[in-house]
Design a protein around this ligand. Structure first.
Ligand code: PLP
Length: 358
C-alpha cells in the first residue's frame, strides 16, 4: 500500500472546539464544517463533536443534508443561504438555519411555501463587500421579514474581512456597523470567525463561528497555533521510498530546477501534488524526516517529492515523513508556499486515505 495518509486526531478537534468556547464564556458556537470539514472528513468531525457542538455551519444545501443525516437535532447554518428559490422548501424539511444575504434571496423566501418556518440570519455587509445588505436595505428587509409566515427566528450575521490582521482599522469599523443596527429586534447575533473568537471579545455576540481554529491551524500570519493553545488535527504522513547520492552539479526532478551545490543525499517521498501538496512549494520548504527538519528540493511531482537529507545520516528508505501536522505546523508550510493553512488543508485530495485517531 502506498505509504501516505492524512492522520486526523479527533480529540484535537474536540479540544480546539472547547478552546473556542472558553474564549467566549456563555456563548454558543457553530462548528464550521464546510468543505468536508476543511478536508478532515465531515462525517467523522460531526460525529466527534456530536455531543458538544451547539451547531454546525456549512456552505451548501448538499453539505447541510450530509450533516443532518448524521445529526437529527443540531442547528445547521447555511452560510451563503439558498442558491435557488426551490432550495427553501428543502431547507425547511431539513430544519436548517439560513442566511439571507441578498434581495433576491429575501424575496424568494417570502413567496416560498414551507413545511415549517426557518430561522433566518439576515446578513449585514459590514465592510467585506462580498455578501449581505447595507444598513439601509437591511432595515427594510428586517421590516418585511419580521413576522412573515416563513420566518421563525430573525437573526443578524456579518463576516470580517481582516480579523486575521490584528488591529486592522476595517475590523473596528465592521464591529461599529454591526452594533449600529442592533436597535433592530434580533433573536440572535453572530459575527466572530476564528480570528475574532481568539482576539476580539467585542465581536463575540451570541453565536461564534470557529472554522480554521477547530482544525488546529492559525488564522493569523504572526501568531502560531501553540501560542493560541490549539492542537493541529491533521498530520499528512508519508515515507521515504528511495534514497540516492547526487554529485555537485546534478539536478533533481522535473525541469532540473534544483542543482546540488555539494555532494548530497536525496530522499524521494511518497506525496505529490495529486495528493494536495502544493506544486508551487519552493525548494527549501520545510519537511520532517523521522522528526527532524529537512528541505524540499526541486519541483513537486504528481505522486512524489524530493528532500535533501544530507545532514540526516540516519534517514533512509522507510523513514517516516511529516509534510505537515502535529510537529510541523501547516501554517509554516503554507507561509513557505505563499498561501494559508486553509488552502493546504482543504486541498488534500480524495485519494489520500484519512485515518482517525483520538
Ligand atoms: C468559513 C466561514 C467562517 C469560518 O472562518 P474561519 O476563519 O475558518 O474561522 C465563518 N463565517 C463564515 C461566513 C464563513 O464563510
Amino acid at each position: 500500500m502506498r505509504p501516505l495518509a492524512a492522520i486526523v486526531d479527533l480529540s484535537a478537534i474536540a479540544h480546539n472546539y472547547a478552546v473556542a468556547k472558553r474564549c467566549a464564556p456563555g456563548r454558543q458556537a457553530f462548528a464550521v464544517v464546510k468543505a468536508n470539514a476543511y478536508g478532515h472528513g465531515v462525517r467523522e468531525v460531526v460525529t466527534a463533536l456530536h455531543e458538544v457542538a451547539d451547531g454546525f455551519a456549512v456552505a451548501s444545501l448538499e453539505e447541510a443534508a450530509e450533516v443532518r443525516a448524521m445529526h437529527g437535532e443540531a442547528r445547521i447554518l447555511l452560510l451563503e443561504g439558498c442558491f435557488e428559490a426551490g432550495e427553501y422548501a428543502i431547507a425547511a424539511q431539513l430544519g436548517l438555519d439560513v442566511v439571507v444575504q441578498s434581495a433576491v434571496q429575501a424575496a424568494a423566501l417570502l413567496v416560498s411555501e414551507l413545511s415549517r418556518p426557518l430561522n433566518v440570519w439576515l446578513k449585514l455587509d459590514s465592510g467585506m463587500h462580498r455578501l449581505g445588505f447595507d444598513a439601509a436595505d437591511l432595515r427594510q428587509w428586517h421590516a418585511h421579514l419580521q413576522g412573515a409566515a416563513q420566518v421563525a427566528e430573525l437573526n443578524l450575521i456579518s463576516h470580517f474581512a481582516c480579523a486575521d490582521e490584528r488591529s486592522h482599522p476595517l475590523t473596528e469599523q465592521q464591529v461599529e456597523r454591526f452594533l449600529d443596527v442592533l436597535d433592530l429586534d434580533f433573536d440572535h447575533r453572530s459575527l466572530a470567525n476564528s480570528a475574532a473568537v481568539l482576539t476580539i471579545p467585542a465581536a463575540h455576540m451570541d453565536w461564534l463561528r470557529p472554522g480554521i481554529m477547530l482544525y488546529g491551524a492559525t488564522p493569523f500570519a504572526d501568531l502560531g497555533v501553540s501560542a493560541l493553545g490549539l492542537k493541529p488535527a491533521m498530520t499528512l504522513a508519508a515515507r521515504v521510498i528511495a534514497v540516492r547520492e547526487v554529485a555537485v552539479g546534478d539536478s533533481v526532478g522535473y525541469g532540473a530546477t534544483w542543482v546540488a551545490e555539494r555532494p548530497s543525499r536525496i530522499a524521494t517521498v511518497s506525496c505529490g501534488y495529486a495528493d494536495g501538496y502544493p506544486r508551487h512549494a519552493p525548494s527549501g520548504t520545510p519537511v520532517l524526516v523521522s522528526g527532524q527538519r529537512a528541505a524540499l528540493v526541486g519541483r513537486v511531482s504528481m505522486d512524489m517529492l524530493a528532500i535533501d537529507i544530507t545532514d540526516l545520516p540516519e534517514a533512509d528508505i522507510d523513514s517516516s515523513v511529516e509534510l505537515w501536522g502535529a510537529s510541523l505546523p501547516v501554517d509554516e508550510v503554507a507561509a513557505a508556499c505563499g498561501t494559508i493553512g486553509y488552502e493546504l488543508l482543504t486541498k488534500v485530495t480524495a485519494r489520500v486515505p484519512r485515518r482517525y485517531i483520538g
